[in-house]
Design a protein around this ligand. Sequence first.
Ligand code: NDP
Length: 333
Amino acid sequence: STQIQLVARPTGWPTNADFRTIRVDLPELTPGQVRVANEFVSVDPYMRGRMSDAKSYSAPYALNETMTGGAVGRVIDSASDAVAVGDVVVHQFGWRDLVQGDAADFRVVPELPGVPLSAYLGVLGMTALTAYVGLLEVAGLKEGDTVFVSGAAGAVGSMVGQIARLKGAKRVIGSAGSAEKVALLTEKYGFDAAFNYKDGDIAEQLSAAAPGGIDVYFDNVGGDHLEAALDSFNDGGRAALCGAISVYNNTEAAGGPRNLANMIGRGLTLKGFIVGNYVQHFSDFSADMAGWLAAGDVVFDETVVDGIDHAVDAFLGLMRGENTGKMVVRTNV
Ligand code: NDP
């Protein structure tokens, strides 16, 4: 098994030198175990937080251990009655091509016609669930709301825009970091308006795109984006604080929004959340999403990097914005 381990805690941007690749001979299966050949491994922004040892909702990665995280693969050997050779399974064993362990640590999922297995890491998995619960449970989307989402061409953001429209938003606005992504938002994902945050002042671009103000802000980015949203909010506006990727590689604390006092007069609610605390909505989410995908109401993109040896490159590419939709690593066993 080829595995990628964290060997040093990065300061600022991680580099390849913070990781190493090891090859491990797997022992024979013991009763109840399965062996899985991964097909896709997930790289996610939250992993940056776990590379540091600051206090956080999830424990830091241990040094000199294999990077854990979402992955999907196929069972190639089984000593368990519950899981058969050929089954597709989702698990959290992360950055490796082959993995084995107790069958209970692997969730068997159906193979859906026309849907790649990588979908279990994105549109049928954690990132789309994040969009769903963030919008519906945390921000309390109401029919007729005007919604703004940052990071809108990414795995979470592209789902936020589409789910908002399907759940009755009046107007959906997105921001992203390139002209190609901005075009995709309006032409493919059904956003009403979109802008490139690198093109100029974010607050000005947002207010031009939302002349009637915004009611909901889904924040994937933090920083100037959050400040811009605070300026554009209508009375009673609500933000779901999902991520702050603009500051994840900072070495010093980021400045706060200078206009936080807008919360007072406009009666705003800013609420942070972690998807892990909303997993009870997974079955509602799965039913809705399966229907939307089958009807063609939700479309999705993935950016695939080949080779487990390139997991670090894929992760860094994700942090730099080289992905459209979900970033995944295809393992070539
Ligand atoms: P994405 O697919 O959105 O990929 C990350 C994107 O962030 C890049 O493509 C890039 O797009 C954008 N980005 C990078 N740097 C900046 C910057 N300085 N300013 C603005 N945008 C930037 O990742 P995910 O969909 O997986 O995650 C999106 C956010 O959601 C992250 O903040 C993540 O931490 C958070 N998250 C939170 C969860 C929770 O439970 N709270 C669960 C899952 C994700 P561009 O080209 O547009 O710059």
